[in-house]
Design a protein around this ligand. Structure first.
Ligand code: HEM
Length: 427
């Protein structure tokens, strides 16, 4: 970056932060919703929902936290994604391929359909179920590593380790490289909420370059030595007789790594936290390990890994009495929709016996509904069941910690006391 470019970017960051800070201080709901911070966001979601189905921010976009309108907008094809450069407008064309911004997650049909179709078959419930045994083994290995350790942090030692191995195996990343991948994924995940400074932007760019270099080599290797993995499938795929271009290959592989990582780390971590802080729910699971799936579903509802998403009006449109102009942006709180009392009784209670938990919007809706939902459900179910079977007397050993992201508020630390096995099996 040139000196002038650096100064311009720094100014843009400062202006952006000052505008958000100022509007937030004046009580603007949009600014308060998207501004980074560790404060509990649920009271704000309640406030927005109680004000109106959609509230207009002074910053020019709408915000919503109710279930009915969110579900409707997500499924309405007059609303779509911003496309490349819509999210991080400071990026230049020479930047490395961005695993989120350049991926099909940010595209509308027909490009979205063309690329999603290539990966979807790997993630159907039936295909994913065949990986259950392998996931059990990965989970058991991770649990072995802190067997008898006493006090441990479950996020880095468990929640953060299982998903990276699962997604790397699926993608075809060799085992010795898994740790390197975990490092990259951990450094990119917080950037879902944008960056705070030019320095952060530069560090992110460096990680993306490393990731791109790695995938470029792996793609070349899989071209010569195809195997039974997603990357080999993508490299050899033909759409209308044509292979995928390098940018689509890189972005799709990067998307799968990132979309499947931070989200699942959060789901496993938040599920464990939910159980550790709700002894009744933990009692149910101890008596019937088959309830793990219900715990996962209620975790997805109660505190989903992804809190916010956005849609843009692709044309002038009217929905539920709101008139949108082409280009209008709507930020939706999926987490807020999941606490809507019009759909969920006592929404602020964590209750895995809730009959309609599955109506949550944690995986979004419409054509961008999470491709990896079945895998995430299976993986988190296996992880939580095995964790509490192995350690029935696991208990919190300190306050959990959270990151300051608003889109993907990461659980960063979950200290637990893990009694020795002999003691736990005597319980
Ligand atoms: C708990 C775990 C997960 C959660 C909560 C989650 C959540 C989401 C959400 C909310 C979206 C849609 C975003 C939007 O509509 O703007 C999404 C899309 C996506 N997710 Fe997940 N995800 C999870 C796990 C996974 C896994 C394990 C994978 C794959 C390895 C994955 C791959 C994807 C992909 C590829 C998309 C883009 C879909 C599209 O645009 O058509 N996700 N996910």
């Amino acid at each position: 970056m040139t000196v002038l470019g650096h100064l311009r970017s720094q100014l843009a960051f400062l202006t952006h932060r000052s505008v958000l800070w100022g509007a937030s201080a004046l009580g603007d709901p949009g600014a308060r919703l998207v501004r980074r911070g560790t404060a509990d966001p649920y009271p704000l979601y309640d406030e927005i929902r109680a004000t109106a189905p959609l509230v207009r921010s002074r910053l020019g976009f709408y915000v919503g936290a109710g279930h009915a309108l969110s579900a409707r907008l997500l499924r309405d094809d007059r609303f779509g994604m911003p496309g490349p450069h819509g999210v991080f407008p400071l990026r230049a064309a020479t930047e490395p391929v961005h695993p989120i911004e350049d991926s099909f997650l940010m595209m509308d049909p027909p490009d979205h359909t063309r690329l999603r179709r290539l990966v979807a078959p790997w993630f159907t419930s039936r295909t994913v179920a065949r990986r259950a045994e392998e996931i059990e083994r990965i989970v058991a290995d991770c649990l072995d590593e802190f067997e008898g350790a006493g006090e441990v942090d479950l996020v880095p030692l468990f929640a953060n380790r299982v998903p990276v191995q699962v997604i790397c195996d699926l993608l075809g990343v060799p085992a010795p490289e898994h740790e390197r991948f975990r490092g990259w994924a951990n450094r990119i995940a917080p950037a879902f909420d944008g960056v705070n400074s030019v320095g952060e932007f530069e560090r992110l760019r460096q990680v993306m370059l490393e990731l791109q270099e790695f995938f470029t080599e792996l793609i070349a290797f899989r071209r010569r030595h195809p195997a039974e993995d997603i990357l080999s499938g993508l490299v050899h795929a033909k759409v209308d007789g044509e292979s995928l271009n390098t940018k689509d290959l890189l972005a799709t592989s990067g998307l799968l790594l990132l979309a499947g990582f931070g989200t699942t780390v959060n789901l496993i971590g938040k599920g464990a936290l939910g159980l550790l802080t709700h002894p009744d729910a933990l009692g149910h699971l101890r008596r019937d390990p088959g309830l793990a799936a219900a715990v996962v579903e209620e975790t997805l509802r109660y505190d989903p890994p992804v809190h916010l998403t956005a849609r843009f009006a692709r044309e002038d449109a009217e929905v539920a009495g709101f008139r949108f102009r082409r280009g209008d942006q709507i930020v939706l709180s999926l987490a807020g929709a999941n606490r809507d009392p019009a759909v969920f009784d006592h929404p602020d209670q964590f209750d895995p016996t809730r009959p309609n938990a599955r109506e949550h919007l944690a995986f979004s809706g419409g054509i961008h509904f999470c491709v990896g939902a079945a895998l995430a459900r299976l993986e988190a179910g296996i992880a939580l069941r095995a964790l509490f079977q192995r350690h029935p007397r696991l208990e919190l050993a300190g306050a959990p910690e959270r990151g300051d992201g608003r889109t993907l508020p990461m659980l960063t630390s979950l200290p637990v006391h893990c009694p020795r096995r002999a003691a736990s099996s005597a319980a």
